[in-house]
Design a protein around this ligand. Structure first.
Ligand code: GLA
Length: 397
């Protein structure tokens, strides 16, 4: 029995009616491009948040999690933040957005178990939001129109609720983003939710944030993706993330474009004089990332994994020097990775300011690489490293 189901039985004295799982994500290439309407290559990873849920006959919600002590209890009519249990604010924020969309729901019990390391830049919060949205969908079936309005879903010929379509997944991602933007206060883009929903086993998902479409390319089997959590917590809520976003938007305004998607590397250089120094540096990162994703997907499709790996190193330097969303621990991990012959590329993954690095290494030497990195990281920072070879898995839903 899954941990979440066990916890449900222990806490609520009966089995859960549904189990819903949403994976975390790793950003392979394309950093801070999502809210600039650019491109990202990502994976849904084999670490997830699982909900075991059952309906209640009243309007109360009870949440219990293996990661936090105690139970969180609230009424669906009273979705106020609670400083005692900030993790539950994500659930409440999501419920508020569903209500705003016109989705009807009542109370429920949920037991939650996660394997995504918290604060490691692997989007545990996005997985929590996606799992909430899909759990509510199971308990109180709804669909969302393209305009984000709740409606009664069609059933299949056996009367069952079909899996969400691509359009529904996109609408769910937007509801999750609204919850994080409005209720939690981080102006993040759609990357984390779309990766958790559109990931595909053994594939990289390539997301286009202007057209809001997904494409997939196989992850070459001869390479492994090694994730290295630095142990330094990222501080998205602390305002650094929103600050970088403001610089990008200021750069787009100064260039007279709707978003940095419309600018290429040469175009940015030509207009450099029109931009304030920080706006330019942030724009250079984003425009460079878009260029690297475009070149990178072509290289991968042509089988040039070594060429692709070089773009990961370039991405990290751009984060470190231009966007300034790295930190000494992430830099130490990347430098140490660069010193191992099996490493094709390494970079910080996700928002930055702590979190994890992502390393592309020859699969047959992955475990030797992990040992090399653990020793190097201990020497450089005194910290222990628990890296893992991540598998790309199917998205939620
Ligand atoms: C965080 C945000 C995403 C994205 C990445 C950086 O994960 O939640 O929307 O901006 O950072 O690419």
């Amino acid at each position: 029995m899954h941990e979440a189901q066990k916890l449900h039985v222990e806490t609520f004295r009966r089995p859960a009616l549904h189990t819903v799982c949403a994976p975390g994500r790793a950003e392979l290439l394309g950093n801070h491009t999502d809210y600039n309407h650019g491109w990202v290559m990502a994976l849904a990873v084999d670490k997830a948040i699982t909900w075991a849920v059952s309906p209640r006959s009243d309007h109360r919600v009870e949440l219990v999690s293996t990661a936090f002590p105690g139970r969180v209890r609230f009424n669906v009519e009273d979705l106020a933040k609670d400083p005692e249990a900030p993790w539950a604010d994500y659930v409440k924020g999501l419920l508020l957005e569903l209500r705003r969309a016109g989705v009807a729901f009542a109370g429920f019990n949920a037991a939650i178990h996660g394997t995504i390391p918290l604060g490691a830049g692997l989007s545990s919060s996005a997985a929590l939001l996606v799992a909430t949205a899909l759990s509510v969908r199971k308990l109180f079936p709804y669909t969302l129109t393209e305009a984000g309005v709740g409606a009664i879903p069609e059933r299949d010929e056996r009367g069952e609720l079909p899996r969400p379509t691509a359009a529904e997944k996109l609408a769910i991602a937007k509801v999750c983003q609204a919850a994080e933007n409005r209720f939690v206060g981080v102006n993040c883009g759609l990357l984390d939710y779309l990766s958790s929903l559109f990931g595909r086993a053994d594939h990289i998902v390539i997301l286009d944030f202007l057209t809001l479409t997904a494409d997939w390319t196989p992850l070459p089997h001869e390479v492994a993706v090694v994730i290295c959590p630095s142990g330094v917590q990222h501080a998205l809520v602390g305002g650094e993330y929103n600050d970088r976003r403001r610089h990008c938007e200021a750069a787009a305004r100064a260039l007279g474009v709707a978003s940095l998607r419309e600018v290429d590397v040469a175009g940015l250089e030509a207009e450099r004089g029109r931009l304030a120094a920080r706006d330019y540096a942030c724009a250079r990162h984003v425009v460079g990332e878009n260029d690297r994703v475009t070149r990178g997907s072509a290289l991968l499709r042509a089988g040039d994994v070594a060429g692709f790996g070089q773009l990961l190193f370039a991405s990290h330097l751009s984060s470190r020097d231009d966007f300034q969303n790295s930190c000494p621990e992430l830099d130490a991990l990347v430098e140490c990775a660069r010193g191992h012959a099996a490493c094709l590329g390494a970079r910080l993954t996700g928002g930055g300011f702590g979190g994890a690095t992502l390393n592309l290494v020859w699969r047959r030497e992955a475990s030797e690489f992990q040992q090399h990195l653990a020793a190097g990281y201990r020497q450089a920072t005194g910290r222990e490293l628990e890296s893992w070879v991540c598998q790309a898995v199917d998205g939620a839903g």
